[in-house]
Design a protein around this ligand. Structure first.
Ligand SMILES: [Cu+2]
Length: 140
């Protein structure tokens, strides 16, 4: 009787452990897949024009940023500032390209020689936000 009840209680416990291990493995696998997917889906900056760190002989006509993912135009912004931090006027940004991956803004007035910083923040079509900066120098 005692043996029977001991065996009776040990079997369900080991089964429960198996179930928990299985659940944990499933959960861990799902987490890894999810993390990998979201990392690759974020909009990464792939090309910037002017290129990061470039020294230009003349003022560029525009800033153009190409991303790895499609962008939501209403939530994508570019600003330009001189090295002093003083903002430089750019035209309203536009999203273009075959898959809406290019964010650009025209620079209406020639830039005076100096160092400049482009700041961008975008929302990709997967609903994730990313942001970053890119620097260039105008030295005629
Ligand atoms: Cu994403």
């Amino acid at each position: 009787m005692r043996n029977g009840s001991a065996r009776g209680s040990s079997t369900p416990i080991s089964k429960r452990n198996e179930t928990m291990v299985l659940r944990f493995v499933t959960f861990a696998t799902a987490c890894l897949l999810c993390a990998a997917t979201s990392v690759f889906a974020h909009a990464r900056l792939t090309i910037s024009d002017p290129a990061e760190g470039a020294t230009l002989r003349a003022s560029p006509p525009a800033v153009s940023l190409t991303f790895s993912e499609g962008l939501e135009p209403a939530f994508c912004h570019v600003t330009l500032a001189a090295a002093s931090g003083e903002p430089v006027n750019v035209d309203r940004e536009k999203v273009g390209g075959d898959r809406s991956t290019i964010l650009s803004a025209s620079i209406p007035k020639s830039l005076v020689p100096g160092r400049y910083m482009v700041r961008w923040n975008v929302l990709s079509t997967d609903g994730h936000k990313t942001s970053g900066t890119s620097k260039f120098t105008v030295a005629p």
